[in-house]
Design a protein. Sequence first.
Length: 321
Amino acid sequence: MNNASATPHVELRTIGSEEAGQRVDNYLLRILKGVPRSRVYRILRRGEVRVNRGRIRADYRLQAGDLVRIPPIRTGNASSSKKPPPQQGLGNSILYEDDRIIVLNKPAGMAVHGGSGLSYGVIEALRAERPNAPYLELVHRLDRETSGCLLIAKRRSELRTLHELMRAGRVEKHYLALVKGHWTKGSLAVDFALRKNQLMGGERIVRVDPDGKPSRSRFKPVTRWKHISLMEVELESGRTHQIRVHAAALGHPLAGDTKYGDPEFNREMRKLGLKRLFLHAGSIAYQIPDTGRSIHVSAPLADDLRKVLDGLENPLDDSPV
């Protein structure tokens, strides 16, 4: 049996207004479903992709009316292992949808996009489920182990608008996090600057560094036990691993955090049934200034995290979860 797609051919695409402004490499990664990232960058380096008959760099930003030449390349999967498995269907995870956006309750354990040894993620699975959708793109990211609200744009213009709102700090993102220790600081704003580093073996890690990028989180206790606290965290910036690093720097590492956490605390939490990072993107809200259109969506706490909380006895305050 031959699972290969039909013989590929040169394709010419004209860029519309909704596609303008994005980098050509991101555009190709979106439309060439099933093609490895390494292959996409290879055809760019070789000049096989042309814009208006000229060679371009991977960071070239497309303009409305640009004519993009895409060389013959097979986009079908030679192996069914490259396709998102049926159990990863995301239709039941949609919290809200209109003609501009999707708010998804991202499952824990699923990356938001393919890469780093993964052939697919949330965005690839969603595109596979909606092959006729003209545009689907991640607005922001969540760690692989984090569950909860994830924004996906259905129009390029909406993606640009939401990125502008995020840069201006006008998108409210609230998380629930279980941390080590009894929190005694009340509501606390944390503004430790963060810098990405690389460890041996290429592992990415983020550290508090005065010369890093400005980062701000606000921690507020929800329920406290003698040695554990459930916190609501509002992100006022969106740096990589921000909540995890800020919490650890305060002496209250997240439960289940194998990178920045406390190994002994994590072992204790595993005995209570915690099998992953206790971090959940509980809600997201924003308003579009020009139109007044507002969105406020909440994601229920994932069942596995709820069971961990149910197993904790004798909270020291009566705040509801």
